[in-house]
Design a protein around this ligand. Structure first.
Ligand code: PEP
Ligand code: MG
Length: 607
C-alpha cells in the first residue's frame, strides 16, 4: 500500500514528508515517535530520572530471577519431549542468564544512561551479539543465537516481573513493524495517541482493539522504522490514511485544529438509542457488542447494543500475562455477565495459538493460522480447556452466559467438547459446586464448517459467523499481512455464498446466528448482510451507533433487492461495482460515492 518511494539511505531530518498508509482505525493525532522493539514482548526506550534508577535495577533483577526459574523448570523436565540436546541448550541458557558480568554491564548501563531496563538489556546484549558474530570459530559464532534467546527471555520476563514498566511520555505515537494485542493492552495505561505499523490488516486483532479503544491507527507504511527516531514529530491521519513526518509549523497547526475538533466530536457524546432497532419496513435487527475489555459495555448499551455477541476470552490471557487461574476466570466471566445482565454474553473459549501458550518444549509453527490454535489447542491441552469450561460453568449460575467454540472445522470437535462439558458438570455436581445451564455455540469461520453446516447446526444452540477468518480461509489471504490486504475481499462472491449457506441452514434448524466479524461493524456491508438473511449482528462498540443509523434508514425489502442484484456477479470487483451503483441510486443520502478504497491493479504484459 506504500506508494511513495522512501529515501532509506539518508533520511533528511526535519524535512516534512508525507507518506501514504492504510487507515485502520479512525481519528487524527499529532505527537512524538516512540519505536517499539522486541520479538516476543515488545518494548520501547524510556528515559528515566535518577530516582527511578533503583527501581529499574530491581525490575531487571526480578526478571533475571524469573528467567532462571523458568529455565531450571524446563531443563529439569524428564519427559521425552525434552531430548538431551534441548536440555543442553537450556543449561547453556542458564549459564548465560546467570552471568555476573552481563548483569553488571546491564545495571551500569541503566545507571549511566538513565534508561529503562528493557533498553539496557537490548543494547548490552546486542553489543555481545555483534561480537559473537565476528568470531571465526563457526561453533562459537553460532552461540549468538543462544544469547538472542536469553535476551528475549529476560525481556519477556520484564513484562511479567510484577512491576509495571516505565510509562510512555505524553503524546506518544507508537511506531512498530507490527503491534501485538498484549503490547497494546500494556501500553494503554499510558494513553498513546496513535499507532503506525509497517504490517497488519483491517481485521488484525490489534486494530480491532485499537478501534474498540478509539485509538487512531494506520498500517502499511513499509520502511518507516528506518526513517524515524524516538522523539520525532509525526502526524497520523486515520481517516485519509496518511502519515506526516516532521511536519512544518503550518501543517502541524492545521492538524492540531482538526484533531481537537475530532476529540470534541468524540466526547460530544455517544448516541443514546431508545427502543428496539428496526429497519424502515419494521424488521427487528439485534445489534450486540464484540467486547475484549468489559469497560466498553456501558457505551455499547447507550448506543443500542443488546448483550455481548462475542467476548474474546483470550484477552484475559493478555491481561494476566499468561493463563488465568480457574478462580480468576470465574471472577472475570461473572464481572462481564453481571455488567451485561439479561441480554447475555457469549464467551468464546481461548482462541490462542500454541506459540502464545508458550510451551517452551514445542517448536514454533510455520503457519500458526493453520496450526494448533483455537478449539484444536483446547482439545489438545485438556487440562487448560477443562479449567476454562469449569470456570464458565460456575460463572453462569445466576447469569445469562453462553459458550462459543472458535474455529470449528469438524463437527467431531463439538461432540468432544460436549463430552468434556458433561464430565465437568458431573464432577462439579459430585463436589456439590453449583453451575449454570450453558448454551453452546460454534464459530463458523473455515470453509469445512460451511460445507458441514447441517451437521453442525444439529449439535449446537446457536452460531457465530466469524467473517474475518472466513474471508481469510476461503480466499487463502492472511488477514495480518498488509502485502495481501488488497486481496482480502470481503465481498468476494465465495464469501457472500458461504454466508448465505450458513444463514439458511441455521434458519431451517431454527437456531440464531450472530454475524460477528468486522464485516458486521461496517455500515457499507451491513445492508448486504441483512439482504442475505442476517438478523443479529455483533460489532465493535464504536461502530454500533453508525451501523444502527444505517439499519434504521433502509428497508429490508431494498436490502433483499440489492443482494438479488449481486447473485450474478462473478468477481469481487463486479460485486463492489453493483453495490456502488445500488447505493448511489437508492441510498445516496446515506453513502458517499467512494465507498470502497481503490485497489491495486495487476498489469497484464503485452507480448
Ligand atoms: C472472526 O474471525 O471473524 C472473529 C470474529 O473472530 P476473530 O476476529 O477474533 O478471529
Ligand atoms: Mg476468528
Amino acid at each position: 500500500m506504500y506508494k511513495k518511494k522512501l529515501n532509506l539511505d539518508s533520511p533528511k531530518k526535519n524535512v516534512e514528508e508525507r507518506l501514504d498508509a492504510r487507515a485502520v482505525s479512525r481519528g487524527l493525532a499529532i505527537g512524538k515517535v516512540v519505536c517499539l522493539h522486541g520479538r516476543k514482548r515488545q518494548f520501547y526506550r524510556s528515559d528515566i530520572n535518577e530516582s527511578q534508577v533503583e527501581r529499574e535495577i530491581r525490575r531487571f533483577r526480578a526478571a533475571v530471577r524469573l528467567a532462571v526459574s523458568q529455565l531450571k523448570k524446563i531443563s529439569s523436565q524428564k519427559s521425552d519431549k525434552l531430548k538431551k540436546m534441548k536440555a543442553d541448550i537450556f543449561s547453556a541458557h542458564i549459564l548465560i542468564v546467570e552471568d555476573k558480568s552481563l548483569h553488571s554491564k546491564i545495571e551500569i548501563f541503566i545507571k549511566n544512561e538513565k534508561v529503562n531496563a528493557e533498553w539496557a538489556v537490548k543494547t548490552v546484549t546486542e553489543e555481545y551479539i555483534i561480537k559473537y558474530k565476528t568470531i571465526s570459530d563457526v561453533n562459537l559464532r553460532e552461540r549468538y543465537i543462544d544469547l538472542e534467546d536469553v535476551a528475549d527471555r529476560i525481556l519477556t520476563a520484564l513484562g511479567g516481573s510484577g512491576k509495571t514498566p516505565a510509562a510512555l511520555e505524553k503524546n506518544s505515537i507508537i511506531i512498530a513493524r507490527e503491534v501485538r494485542p498484549s503490547t497494546l493492552i500494556e501500553l494503554m495505561s499510558s494513553q498513546p495517541k496513535a499507532i503506525i505499523t509497517e504490517n497488519g490488516g483491517w481485521t488484525s486483532h490489534s486494530f480491532i482493539l485499537a478501534r474498540e479503544m478509539n485509538l487512531p491507527a494506520v498500517t502499511g507504511v513499509k520502511g518507516i522504522l528506518r526513517q524515524v527516531q524516538n522523539g520525532d514529530e509525526v502526524i497520523v491521519d486515520g481517516f485519509a490514511g496518511k502519515v506526516v513526518l516532521n511536519p512544518e509549523k503550518s501543517t502541524a497547526e492545521n492538524y492540531k485544529k482538526a484533531a481537537e475538533e475530532f476529540h470534541q466530536s468524540k466526547s460530544a457524546g455517544i448516541e443514546t438509542s431508545k427502543g428496539n432497532l428496526k429497519t424502515l419496513d419494521g424488521r427487528e435487527i439485534i445489534i450486540r457488542a464484540n467486547l475484549d475489555l468489559p469497560k466498553g459495555y456501558a457505551q455499547a448499551r447507550r448506543s443500542g447494543a443488546r448483550g455481548v455477541g462475542l467476548y474474546r476470552s483470550e484477552f484475559l490471557f493478555n491481561h494476566f500475562k499468561g493463563l488465568p487461574s480457574e478462580q480468576e476466570q470465574i471472577e472475570a466471566y461473572r464481572k462481564i455477565a453481571n455488567l451485561v445482565g439479561a441480554e447475555g454474553v457469549r464467551i468464546r473459549t481461548f482462541d490462542l495459538s500454541i506459540e502464545q501458550l508458550a510451551d517452551e518444549t514445542e517448536g514454533i509453527e510455520k503457519n500458526p493460522a493453520l496450526g494448533l490454535r483455537a478449539i484444536r489447542l483446547g482439545l489438545s491441552h485438556p487440562k487448560e480447556f477443562r479449567t476454562q469450561l469449569r470456570a464458565i460453568l460456575q460463572a453462569s449460575t445466576a447469569n445469562n452466559i453462553s459458550v462459543v467454540l472458535p474455529m470449528i472445522s469438524d463437527v467431531a470437535e463439538i461432540m468432544q467438547t460436549k463430552m468434556i462439558l458433561q464430565r465437568e458438570k458431573d464432577s462439579l455436581r459430585r463436589k456439590q459446586i453449583e453451575y449454570g445451564n450453558l448454551r453452546l455455540g460454534a464459530m463458523i469461520e473455515v470453509p469445512s464448517a460451511v460445507f458441514t453446516i447441517n451437521e453442525i447446526v444439529a449439535e449446537v444452540d446457536f452460531l457465530c459467523l466469524g467473517t474475518n477468518d472466513l474471508v481469510q480461509y476461503l480466499l487463502a489471504v492472511d488477514r495480518d499481512n498488509e502485502s495481501v490486504a488488497d486481496s482480502f475481499r470481503t465481498l468476494h462472491p465465495a464469501v457472500l455464498r458461504a454466508v448465505k449457506i450458513v444463514l439458511q441452514a441455521a434458519d431451517k434448524k431454527g437456531i440464531p446466528v450472530t454475524v460477528c466479524g468486522e464485516m458486521a461493524g461496517s455500515p457499507v456491508y451491513v445492508p448486504i448482510l441483512l439482504g442475505l438473511g442476517a438478523t443479529e449482528i455483533s460489532m465493535n462498540v464504536n461502530s454500533i451507533a453508525r451501523v444502527g443509523r444505517v439499519v434504521s434508514a433502509i428497508a429490508l425489502e431494498e436490502a433483499r433487492e440489492l443482494v438479488g442484484n449481486l447473485e450474478s456477479c462473478r468477481t469481487a470487483d463486479e460485486v463492489e461495482n453493483a453495490v456502488t451503483d445500488f447505493y448511489q441510486k437508492n441510498w445516496s443520502h446515506l453513502f458517499t460515492k467512494e465507498i470502497f478504497p481503490p485497489k491495486k491493479k495487476y498489469k497484464i504484459k503485452k507480448n
